[in-house]
Write a protein that binds this ligand. Structure first.
Ligand code: ADP
Ligand code: MG
Length: 448
């Protein structure tokens, strides 16, 4: 007979990105000897891993085991190092933060548990877990880079929560770059105007002896040389001593305007991970999660239609769920395709008309220094063909137009040509860093 756990693994594998599955689930050992008593022991390779598994995936694994066994099952998390036995996870894990999260700038809901993972964020997600679980600052500094509303801030706060949980006595600080900038300029002001050194000392002491510093939206340091110099000092006090810094940026770090060379090279010496715009499955997953948080029953077909309309960021998806919630509550109706469309009438209208294929062609041809007419021409030279494929890909991603409609707008090309282009760019996007960077810039320009 196939064991309960191997069936669970098959299910987990089907639902999870391969990288996450391999890193997290594939080597869990199960002891099912007490399954009839409603108990299963799951053994991870180390106690740290058992803890993280319990915290990040406990709820999901518990639901799967229960669905396979058909009855509630208590999961006892253990490590294969026998002396460390993790606490049993009878109930859904909660985020127990030792220091008061608010006092160090962490927002309570921005945890790993509340983050849905998918292709677009899996690398960033995995790296963030490693940083939060490690004691030796493996990727230092870590920069989370990506467009607006894609979950950079959320992921950074999640690192803070998990790090604190793993290292309860640690000194953690989470701050926005803007806040740093304002506090620094305030202190400088006092120093210059009233020779008040106290303010500067107070400011500096805030950054002393930190184990983990999280700085959001580092692009705010653009052109601020004084602030950069000050932050460089913080950097030097931490990174060489193995103290972790995590930053987010909506601009590729090397492209932040007027960033001092020494700062920019430090910023890029660790790991830069990108969060990409969420793919369809991830958007659907996020919609379901946001709906569940509001106790809203959202049928799959509704989630799918919304996810197909709202492609650019997660904040938009959240807003849509809230709007549907308000609408269906007010009218006391269930969520159906019809009620969802009524609730989101305005959203659908604006997104549908927002971006046009012509605009995309214009922006892409400018970006690649081509003439707009070359998009529709028959020319097949490599640079033109590539720009055309990029534009077709973006047209498919960002407009509601069908493949034949898009083909028609590119000099009457066949829908199979458009399909080929979108597939090719989707593939290349995974491996070609320069292309990813181009797409990132183009997407931002098209959406603004
Ligand atoms: P950014 O900092 O990149 O602009 P945020 O971290 O503020 O984006 O994310 C925007 C909103 O979307 C937040 O409310 C966040 O909780 C939510 N969010 C982003 N990514 C995810 C995800 N993968 N799963 C669940 N919620 C997400
Ligand atoms: Mg942010």
């Amino acid at each position: 007979m196939q064991s309960i756990w191997s069936t669970c693994l098959t299910k987990l594998q089907a639902q999870t990105a391969p990288e996450i599955y391999r890193n997290w689930f594939s080597d869990i050992d199960a002891d099912e000897s007490e399954i009839e008593k409603g108990r299963i022991r799951l053994k991870a390779s180390s106690s740290a891993k058992a803890k993280s598994l319990q915290m990040n995936y406990g709820e999901r694994i518990s639901a799967i085991v229960q669905s396979v066994f058909g009855k509630p099952v208590e999961i006892l998390w253990q490590s294969q190092e026998p002396e460390h036995i993790a606490a049993p996870a009878k109930t859904a894990p909660t985020v127990a933060v030792v220091q008061k999260p608010a006092s160090i700038g962490l927002l309570p809901n921005l945890t790993f548990e509340n983050l849905v993972s998918g292709k677009a964020n899996q690398l960033a997600f995995a790296a963030a877990l490693r940083v939060a679980n490690s004691t030796n600052a493996i990727y230092n500094p870590m920069v989370i880079y990506g467009g607006v509303g894609l979950g950079k801030t959320h992921l950074m706060h999640a690192i803070g929560h998990l790090f604190l949980k793993n290292h309860p006595g640690a000194k953690v600080l989470c701050i926005s770059a803007q806040q740093y900038l304002e506090e620094f300029t305030g202190a400088i002001h006092q120093l210059k105007n009233s020779s008040n050194e106290q303010a500067m000392r107070k400011f500096e002491s805030k950054y002393q002896n930190l184990d983990l510093l999280l700085v959001d939206d580092i692009q705010s340091f653009a052109s601020r040389t004084g602030t950069q110099a000050s932050f460089f000092q913080v950097f030097e006090n931490m990174v060489p001593h193995g103290k972790q810094i995590v930053m987010t940026s909506d601009t590729y770090p090397r492209n932040i305007k007027d960033l001092q060379e020494r700062f920019s090279s430090r910023m890029t010496q660790g790991l830069i991970v990108e969060i990409e715009p969420p793919e369809l499955e991830l958007r659907i997953g996020i919609l379901h999660q946001k709906a569940a948080n509001l106790n809203l029953e959202m049928p799959d077909n509704v989630a799918e239609v919304i996810a197909k309309h709202l492609k650019s960021n997660v904040r938009e998806l959240e807003g849509a769920v809230q709007q549907i919630h308000a609408f269906t509550n007010f009218h006391q109706v269930p969520v159906t395709l019809d009620t969802a469309q009524q609730a989101l009438r305005d959203v659908f209208r604006t997104t549908a008309s927002h971006v046009t294929v012509e605009e995309i062609q214009k922006i892409v041809s400018e970006h690649y220094n081509l003439k707009l007419t070359e998009m529709q021409s028959k020319k097949r030279s490599a640079p033109i063909a590539k720009a055309r494929q990029v534009a077709m890909y973006l047209a498919k991603e960002l407009t509601q137009k069908s493949l034949p409609e898009i083909g028609a707008l590119f000099g009457g090309r066949d829908h199979t040509t458009v399909l080929y282009a979108t597939k090719k760019i989707t593939e290349a996007r995974r491996t070609d860093e320069a292309l990813r960077h181009d797409l990132h810039i183009l997407e931002q320009r098209i959406k603004n």
